[in-house]
Design a protein around this ligand. Structure first.
Ligand code: PLP
Length: 452
């Protein structure tokens, strides 16, 4: 691609610092400038259309435009009250309505909802609340957080520390000292020779309990997990994994934080990932599809028993001193309320269950290709792992950047996918139709043809 002087590309290279980007490479190749969108499609500034097969960052659940009622709800709120905060006994209708709505949707009766602006902040809040809770209970040692290797929980200092991907820690002086990582529940990569999924899940649960005993249960506040590990490689845990680890956490009085930032609001074929995996969380963090990504908003929901402890402690010390200027921003809350209304009125969960069948069947068919080692998926999430050798499961050398090469090739065929190492992630907008799924795999097939 030629980069013309004064073009958006050239000005971007000169001024913008991009997230998750090889900055030197960016100077050479420049960005693809996305200028408009509709449904599952986005268009670049040269008029090329792409199927956005990852919903942006697993987030644009209703696609990239065309939802008039979203625009109306947002503009109506902008006209009525563009900003107010929730600090110190202030409230506004959209914030209250959204908190009430979420508590009705979640298995946290009489719980409470705290609003943040991003998934990272939602997880940071969860950690701060777990600490505050244990201090309030007179357990100042019970502070460590266990997260999984390969989990992704965000980029703020606490959330990046929870993230079990070393590249997120490298040269950022992370992780924080209070975080421990347990084994990743990826059977294909980490099971022993001949070990069944069931036996693998049992072994991981035992290893988790050993970690807890080694550290001392009285030093561990919480365990956090995504129901399906997203950015770490689209890893679907064995069916009984969560059944096996939950009693262990309960026994040691360790809170379960479900990170529903990707899985929440229909992605796995239920409204929440914790339903799909039979998880009983004490806290739930949500973002992305909460507002269909029309505007940034996230939430941290807590159970009633946790709330009661926070309430009494705030009275004792004078304040619950946590909150963002934009916590529960009324325009973002209005966007979220409208997104949730659309999910219900259009039965988005039922739609996902219906289209997930062909979506996953077509993904699994890719296993016949020579360089596809594993295909994993659930609902509208699929990961296609590229390997150098199927039999030995040997990966390509990381330096070759095969996943990135595939991602670049896909764009030539009008398809945006996301490379997670050498796993190609598919996570299209939840509104995708059967015909659009066919078209998406047609483009993916052309990418494989060119690639092999
Ligand atoms: N948790 C999960 C599971 C995520 O996938 C992400 C982002 O992709 C985050 C947390 C962080 O969210 P954000 O990028 O909005 O801070």
């Amino acid at each position: 691609m030629t980069i013309h002087a004064n073009s958006t590309q050239a000005r971007d290279i000169a001024h913008a610092l991009h997230p998750y980007t090889n900055l030197k490479l960016h100077e050479r190749i420049g960005p693809t400038v996305i200028s408009s969108g509709r449904g599952i499609y986005v268009r670049d500034d040269e008029g090329r259309d792409y199927i956005e097969a990852v919903a942006g960052l697993w987030s644009a659940s209703l696609g990239f435009g065309g939802e008039e009622s979203m625009v109306e709800a947002i503009t109506a709120q902008l006209r009525k009250l563009p900003f107010y905060h929730l600090f110190a006994h202030k409230a506004h209708e959209p914030g209250t309505d959204l908190a009430e709505k979420l508590i009705k949707m979640l298995p946290l009766p009489n719980g409470r909802v705290f609003f943040n602006n991003s998934g990272s902040e939602a997880n940071d809040t969860a950690i701060k609340l777990a600490w505050y809770y244990n201090n309030a209970l007179g357990r100042p040692r019970k502070k460590k957080i266990i997260a999984q290797m390969k989990a992704y929980h965000g980029v703020t200092i606490a959330a990046a520390s929870l993230t079990g991907l070393t590249r997120n820690h490298l040269d950022f002086d992370l992780p924080m000292a209070s975080v421990r990582h347990c084994d990743c529940p990826h059977h294909y990569r980490f099971a022993k020779e001949g070990e069944s999924e069931e036996a693998f899940a049992t072994r991981l649960a035992e290893q988790l309990e050993n970690l807890i005993l080694r550290e001392g249960a009285d030093t561990i506040a919480a365990f956090i997990a995504e129901p399906v590990l997203g950015a770490g490689g689209l890893i679907v845990p064995p069916k009984t994994y969560f059944d096996k680890i939950q009693p262990i956490l309960k026994r040691h009085d360790i809170l379960f934080i479900a990170d529903e930032v990707i899985c929440g609001f229909g992605r796995t074929g239920n409204m929440f990932g914790f339903e799909t995996f039979n998880i009983q969380p004490d806290m739930v963090t949500m973002a992305k599809a909460l507002s269909a990504s029309y505007l940034p908003i996230s939430a941290t929901a807590i159970s009633e028993p946790i709330y009661e402890v926070l309430r009494d402690n705030s009275a004792r010390i004078g304040s619950f001193a946590h909150g963002y200027t934009y916590s529960g921003h009324p325009v973002c809350a209005a966007a979220a309320l409208e997104a949730l209304r659309i999910y219900e009125t259009r039965n988005i969960v039922g739609h996902v269950q219906k289209v997930a069948k062909p979506f996953l069947a077509k993904a699994r068919a890719l296993l016949d290709l020579p360089f596809v080692g594993e295909v994993r998926g659930i609902g509208l999430l699929a990961g296609v792992e590229l390997v150098r050798d199927k039999k030995s499961k040997a990966s390509f050398e990381p330096a070759r950047g095969v996943g990135m090469m595939f991602q670049t090739e896909a764009q030539k065929h009008g398809l945006i996918v996301r490379a997670l190492g050498d796993t190609i992630a598919l996570s299209p907008p939840l509104i995708i139709t059967g015909e659009e799924i066919d078209d998406m795999y047609l483009r993916l097939g052309r990418t494989f043809d060119a690639f092999i």
